[in-house]
Write a protein that binds this ligand. Structure first.
Ligand SMILES: [Zn+2]
Ligand SMILES: [Zn+2]
Ligand SMILES: [Zn+2]
Length: 137
């Protein structure tokens, strides 16, 4: 058992089941965001529903965030530590590479500040830049 992984799960109030530990380990190894099919391919022995539920729990608890990059499937990536259950602070740019079709989090690049009318509260902003990543140029 990986104690560091267990601690991360517990800090987000997620009971560390074997499956959750494995999925988090998998997510930590990724350099780009992954979709459900990617995670499934990494776990031949687990069924799709279990993996889907695991990702949903992670998202609800503020461990991962989902990204809609314009491809047909939602992608997921690990959050910054500031995220918590029901409250995500992933206001960074996402970059979709049109060559390798991977989506990357750019946590150091914040999305530009958005002016909203009084009374509107920003919770999420999905901004995906498209182009060619540093691996493909
Ligand atoms: Zn988040
Ligand atoms: Zn690329
Ligand atoms: Zn991200």
């Amino acid at each position: 058992m990986n104690e560091a992984i267990e601690n991360i799960l517990q800090s987000k109030d997620i009971a560390p089941t074997a499956m959750r530990i494995l999925v988090l380990e998998y997510l930590q190894k990724q350099t780009a965001a992954v979709n459900l099919a990617d995670v499934e391919a990494g776990f031949a022995q687990a069924d799709r529903i279990t993996i889907y539920r695991t990702l949903k729990t992670f998202e609800e608890k503020g461990l991962i965030h989902s990204i809609n990059d314009g491809t047909e499937s939602t992608k997921y990536a690990l959050c910054a530590e500031a995220c918590k259950a029901g409250d995500h602070y992933d206001l960074h740019l996402h970059f979709f590479c049109i060559k390798c079709r991977q989506t990357y989090c750019l946590p150091k690049h914040k999305v530009p500040e958005i002016d909203l009318p009084a009374g509107y509260q920003l919770k999420e902003l999905n901004l995906v830049a498209k182009g060619i990543c540093d691996q493909c140029t």
